[in-house]
Write a protein that binds this ligand. Structure first.
Ligand code: MG
Length: 219
């Protein structure tokens, strides 16, 4: 089935394309993983088949014993964009959602240590839960939103999109140098500190001010 979404209050169904993600975009999260602040944006892609929706289940692949949650603001692209300038970038944005970038941290660490790509740790099926999108015009300032994630009602992440080091226009501009952005593509904008493990049976709730709420469970 082709993953699709809707913008709240609109009837059109949007097929989701690629999910372009930025890593290491919040200083406190870079520090908690012992990474360096990158001089260039760290970009990677989750395939559309990684997307699940509110109320659905995460399936952690058997090869991992350490799957982490990362709450992120998701941005929905509504127009074709290639070599977009920062000044033009926000014209491409038609919606926002709550996302969780699920990461097989143990697998990612092995891949990193060997200099290998991260895709199996980041792009596996069910690794990208997304809430419904709200129209972009409903979000007055996407760079000033509180974001909170709970696992089984225990707060694990509590931050603000104001702490992003590279803001949405810069991420769009940078991503569009390499990947033509198409309507239905999604950007994930990075996670604040507090990432931690989720296990079978856990319930995860993620909330971003003005954007919405997302609840998923782990099979
Ligand atoms: Mg992330």
């Amino acid at each position: 089935m082709i993953p699709s979404t809707q913008i709240k209050g609109e009837s059109t169904t949007i097929n989701i394309g690629k999910v372009v993600c930025i890593g290491r975009n919040y200083f406190d999260h870079v520090k908690e993983l012992g990474n360096e602040v990158p001089d260039k944006p760290v970009l990677f892609i989750k395939p559309s088949t990684s997307v699940i929706h509110d109320g659905e289940q995460i399936h952690i692949p058997d090869i991992s014993q350490d799957c982490h949650h990362e709450i992120e603001l998701a941005v929905l692209i509504g127009k074709v964009g290639k070599n977009v300038t920062e000044a033009e970038a926000m014209d491409l944005v038609i919606g926002y959602a709550v996302a969780i970038d699920l990461t097989l941290r143990d697998v990612q660490s092995i891949q990193k240590s060997k200099g290998l790509p991260w895709e199996i740790a980041k792009g596996f099926d069910t690794s990208c839960p997304l809430s419904d999108f709200v129209p972009a015009q409903k979000v007055v300032d996407p760079h000033n939103l509180n974001m909170t994630l709970w696992v089984n009602d225990e707060m694990r992440q509590n931050g603000s999109t104001s702490l992003m080091m590279r803001r949405i226009p810069e991420i769009i501009s940078e991503a569009s140098q390499f990947f033509t952005l198409l309507p239905g593509d999604v950007l994930l904008t990075g996670t604040p500190a507090g990432v931690s493990q989720v296990k079978s049976g856990d319930s995860i709730k993620a909330f971003i001010e003005d954007v919405g709420e997302l609840i998923v469970s782990v099979k």
